[in-house]
Design a protein around this ligand. Sequence first.
Ligand code: NAD
Length: 302
Amino acid sequence: MTAIGFIGLGIMGAPMAANLLSAGHDVIGFDRSPARTAGLANRGGRVAANLAEAVRGSEVVVTMLPDSPDVTAVVLGEGGVVANAAPGTLVIDMSTIRPDVSRGIAERARQSALRPLDAPVSGGESAAVAGALSIMVGGEPADFAAAQPIARAMGSTVVHVGGDGAGQTVKAANQLIVAGNIELLAEAMVFLAAHGVDRSAALKVLQGGLAGSTVLARKAEGMAERRFEPGFRIDLHHKDMGIVLESARAANVAIPLASHVADLIASLRAQGGGGLDHSALLLQVERLSGLNDGPFAPARTD
Ligand code: NAD
């Protein structure tokens, strides 16, 4: 049993912390929004009154926060992880943040004798609940090995992909692929409906061929039923496409479709769709074809 401080109990963090509890670990959680901590308490986890309380006495600290400034503040800020963690503590950031910020945090944490890993995840809320996340890890090999029992309680695919920040670089590639997939699935769905083809029959046969994908398997049904509650918010995918484009520019590579999809996500967000699931890109494609008035148009019945 390991004492684990878990910071950020949102859509992903809450089920991940629950799986650590189920694996027999002693979890103390903290979220700046007190309403988010109820689930952990109901499952027998401990709730910290503040960030420092979640960190002190923990052998491992996991962060699952929205964005780079949040992780920077929690790990490096006053009363945060570096200020309160004992030497040798594993500090595992599972949020999706900028690789350069992740590297800076790791460097600073190591100066304080902590053991930092960047370990962003893929698979969405359903995989977080099932403990079946794909976890891409950057950092020192020995620290990766030490984190295995923790990561295995939350994920089914856990891979060390390189040094500090490498996990975040792989996660950026993941977000590029997912965004492009969803956009093309949305375009195919509008295209099929416009031709009057039975959409569920079409999606079934498409899933059996080269066009099949995890995105199609997990997202098409909800899109067809026009269910766009998150899941993964457009706001977060907008953040991630910023990471993708900045990282591509820094590496001097051209990724032209990424720019297109990033614009479509930004536009949907600018129209008020930031709180919807990223599968709401369907609404954007419909709008481009004059089929609705925007993200909050009434549901169509066809
Ligand atoms: P979320 O907004 O549901 O949860 C984030 C939580 O962090 C919130 O409960 C918030 O109150 C808390 N928080 C923010 N700042 C804090 C602070 N300073 N101290 C304590 N708590 C703080 O977001 P999420 O969907 O769980 O995503 C978390 C991270 O995981 C993001 O980086 C996201 O990009 C990534 N991610 C999300 C998914 C998904 O499907 N939702 C999938 C893979 C990766």
